[in-house]
Design a protein around this ligand. Structure first.
Ligand SMILES: N[C@@H](CCC(=O)N[C@@H](CS)C(=O)NCC(=O)O)C(=O)O
Length: 203
């Protein structure tokens, strides 16, 4: 398998999951501006949507969309602790969380990266995001992880909350989220994924 990624983007989530599961993979960097890939291709020929993450399977299939990728990966390792089995109520709860993170946190914070958006518009997105962070903060009171044990939703939430400093949002305003971030960042898989991404050459 090949994971097409760009450093510090949402592709960190499947990258962490690959390492947690111990699956073999190749990491291929994408320049998100030029769409050049480290293996000498135009990324749009791999993912016509033009955004990371994209997972190239050994059978030639390309899988995109973070929540789908991480669930596919977990399903390659039956009995793993990152995702409840398909078809169970617990799996539905995981999907509920992944969808919340992708639409409300990932999608909800994306406009804050846009330098062309006027400040009052950004403030609307910021206030909406704060409500979602309040919700998550309450959810994590006396809990180490979003579900019972570390799993797919935690890797994804960690990835998107790593962007908060870019928006000058201080995670310390949400103490449970702040300790969640420390807890997840301390995991060997997370340390290894961030180090591996940083060690790649720019394309
Ligand atoms: N819906 C996609 C969104 C992926 C996405 O937002 N990727 C960003 C990085 S976090 C990207 O590559 N943006 C570059 C672009 O859109 O040109 C998913 O959940 O995987």
């Amino acid at each position: 398998m090949k994971l097409y990624f760009a450093p510090m983007t949402c592709s960190l989530s499947p990258h962490i999951v690959l390492r947690e599961l111990g699956l073999p993979f190749e990491l291929i960097r994408v320049n998100n501006k030029t769409k050049a890939t480290a293996d000498g291709r135009d990324f749009r020929d791999i993912n016509p949507k033009g955004y990371v993450a994209a997972l190239a399977l050994d059978n030639g299939e390309i899988l995109t969309e973070g929540p789908a990728i991480v669930q596919y990966l977990a399903d390659q390792v039956p009995g793993n602790s990152l995702a409840p089995a398909n078809g169970t109520w617990e799996r539905t709860r995981l999907q509920e969380l992944l969808n919340f993170i992708t639409s409300e946190i990932h999608g909800g914070s994306a406009p804050l990266f846009n330098a062309d958006l006027p400040e009052p518009v950004k403030e609307i997105f910021r206030q909406k995001l704060f409500k979602r962070l309040d919700y998550l903060n309450k959810n994590l009171v006396q809990k180490d992880y979003l579900l019972n044990t570390f799993g797919l939703a935690d890797a994804y939430l960690f990835t998107v909350l790593k962007w908060l400093p870019f928006f000058n949002i201080d995670i310390k305003n949400w103490p449970e989220l702040a300790s969640f971030m420390e807890r997840i960042e301390a995991r060997p898989s997370v340390q290894a994924a961030m180090a591996a991404e940083e060690a790649t050459q720019p394309v």
